[in-house]
Every structure is written in C-alpha cells, then in structure tokens.
Design a protein around this ligand. Structure first.
Ligand code: SF4
Length: 311
C-alpha cells in the first residue's frame, strides 16, 4: 500500500463510520493531511467535543487521548498508537504529587495539561502553555504549586512575580535539552532570523528569545509577522508545517535535538489500523476508558481553567 492509498482508505473509512481523526501539530505531514482537526492538545479536545461524530482517534500521546475523553465522556476514544506516552506526563505519579502537596500544604495545585487524568483528579486548576500566565494571574490565591514542568513554571513565575510559585523537578526532555550554546549556534547560522521558543525550554534559552509562546502561539506569530526568517524553538515538525503554510518565508529548527520520538511513534499505518478497528470491531481493550468518578474529578480542574478565562 502506498502513502496515498493508505490516506484514501483512511478518509473513506472515517467518513463511512463517523470517525473523527485528531492530529497533534507534532505529527507527521501524512497524518496531518487525513485529520479532521489539528493543533495542540487542548484545542483538539475542544474540537472533538464540538464534533458530532461519536468516535475520536487521537494521533498524539496518551494524556491527549485522556483529555479528549474527559471533555467527551460519551464518545469512544482511541489512541492511534497505544504505546505513545509522554515522559513529562508519565514522570509525575499521583504519589509524587501527594508528597509535594504535603510539603507545601498552603498551596493550591496548578497542573499543566500535559499530565495524566489521575494527576488531574488531585489538581485544583489546569493550564495550557498559552493560558498559564493568564490563569495564574487571574487566580485569587498567591501560593501555588505548579506541576510538572519546572521550566514552564519558572517562565510563569517570572511573568507573575507577585505570586509564590513552588516547583518540583520534571519537564519535557525534548525542550529541556536545548541549550544556550544551541541558541548561539543557530543565531550565528541565521543572523537575520527571529528566535521563537516554547516555554518548556530552560530559562537560559527563553531569556534569549525574541518571542516565547505555545506551539500555536509560535505558529501564528511566524505566519503573521512581517519578518521573513525564523528559528523555531519547539518540536521539529512545526518548522516543517510552517514551511508548507508560508513557502515565501524561511523556517529553521533551533536544533535537530527537538524531535519527540514519542510523538513520532505514530505512523500512518497505525492510523489506518486504528480506523479499521474503530469501524469494524470497536475493540474495548484499545479504547481509552476511565471510571465516571475519575472523569468527574479530573474534569474539575479543566472546568476551573475555563472559568478563569482559559480557552
Ligand atoms: S514534546 Fe515533550 S511534552 Fe510533548 S509529548 Fe514529547 S516529551 Fe511530552
């Protein structure tokens, strides 16, 4: 089967069986092309909730499929490759979070959306990388335990100095691997380019950037800017997607280290096999399942984010 033939079959099957395909922006082009919705994890969960189809397939990592299920408990949700996990989300267990909460008893817990559903059940407010600063500013509380990404947490703390933000070790190993030396090398190679970076990068990197923002923030900034060259400091796929969106501009990955192998685990044939599974047998063991109690408790921190103005 060729890529084009696989894509044709996926599109036919998803239409015939009422299946919605969600592709995170870090997925490969051939997967993005067959998706109904693309974007970051929260945007995909909201899009799935607003989509009338009763089955959703997430092409991304496990916490993203869980978030789809939290916002659409009535839907059947699959993860296209069941082995695709996120080291940042998986690195924070409920036990570790409980220990941190015991250490900082006066703090409310703010979790990044890149967390398991179990961790969300123990959190007060959820944030995304684009909403974190706004939400934490809007919260009445001044003592905050921010988990699990200490780099995003440090970035937020610098923007909201009036609050005390406690951090624990943890974060995205892909973004955290970028160094100030990588920035210097990219600046030397592309002296005319603006540097746009994700707040999951270390402070040594974010402090040297021309723009710091979420994946969608970086994308929108680069597309709409009058500038013509950009060094992209987030997962390597974004530079590629931007190049398709604006062939008149130039986009350079900040470093080749910015490749998430967990995101790249999902192949087009995984999507094809998942669409086949979803359309024929609806195999229960491949679905994302949670107890009604977990869904109810984990949703509360997302609802609180929405109440505080997060989108
Ligand atoms: S890029 Fe980082 S946060 Fe995103 S899925 Fe990969 S490891 Fe997790």
């Amino acid at each position: 089967m060729t890529i084009a033939e696989a894509q044709e079959q996926i599109i036919r099957l998803k239409r015939e069986h009422g299946i919605c395909i969600l592709a995170h922006s870090y997925q490969a082009r051939e997967i993005i092309e067959v998706a109904d919705h693309t974007g970051d994890s929260y945007k995909l969960s909201v899009a799935a909730a607003g989509d009338e189809k009763s089955v959703a397939i997430m092409c991304g990592v496990r916490f993203m499929a869980e978030t789809v299920k939290l916002l659409s408990p009535e839907k059947t949700v699959y993860l296209a490759n069941a082995d695709a996990g996120c080291p940042m989300a998986d690195g924070l267990s409920a036990e570790r979070l409980r220990a941190a909460q015991a250490k900082y008893p006066g703090c409310v817990t703010v979790c990044y959306i890149n967390t398991t559903a179990e961790v969300k059940t123990l959190s007060d407010v959820c944030v995304t990388s684009s909403s974190a600063v706004k939400i934490i500013r809007a919260m009445p509380e001044t003592e905050i335990l921010f988990v699990p990404d200490c780099n995003l947490g440090a970035y937020v703390a610098a923007q909201v100095p009036e609050k005390t933000i406690r951090l624990i070790s943890g974060g995205c190993p892909i973004h955290a691997a970028v160094s100030a030396d990588d920035v210097a090398a990219a600046r030397r190679a592309h002296p005319e380019a603006l540097l746009l970076v994700h707040p999951e990068c270390v402070p040594d990197v974010t402090s040297r950037a021309d723009y710091v923002g979420s994946t969608s923030g970086i994308y929108d900034f680069a597309v709409s800017s009058e500038k013509k060259e950009f060094i992209i400091g987030t997962e390597i796929s974004i530079a590629e997607h931007l190049q398709y969106a604006r062939p008149d501009k130039k986009f350079y990955p900040l470093t080749k280290k910015l490749m998430c192998h967990n995101m790249k685990l999902t192949t087009l044939m995984d999507v094809y096999n998942c669409v086949l599974t979803a359309s024929c047998v609806r195999e229960a063991d491949k679905q994302i399942t949670m107890s009604p109690e977990t869904i109810m408790k984990a949703r509360r921190c997302i609802d609180e984010m929405i109440r505080l103005g997060g989108k």
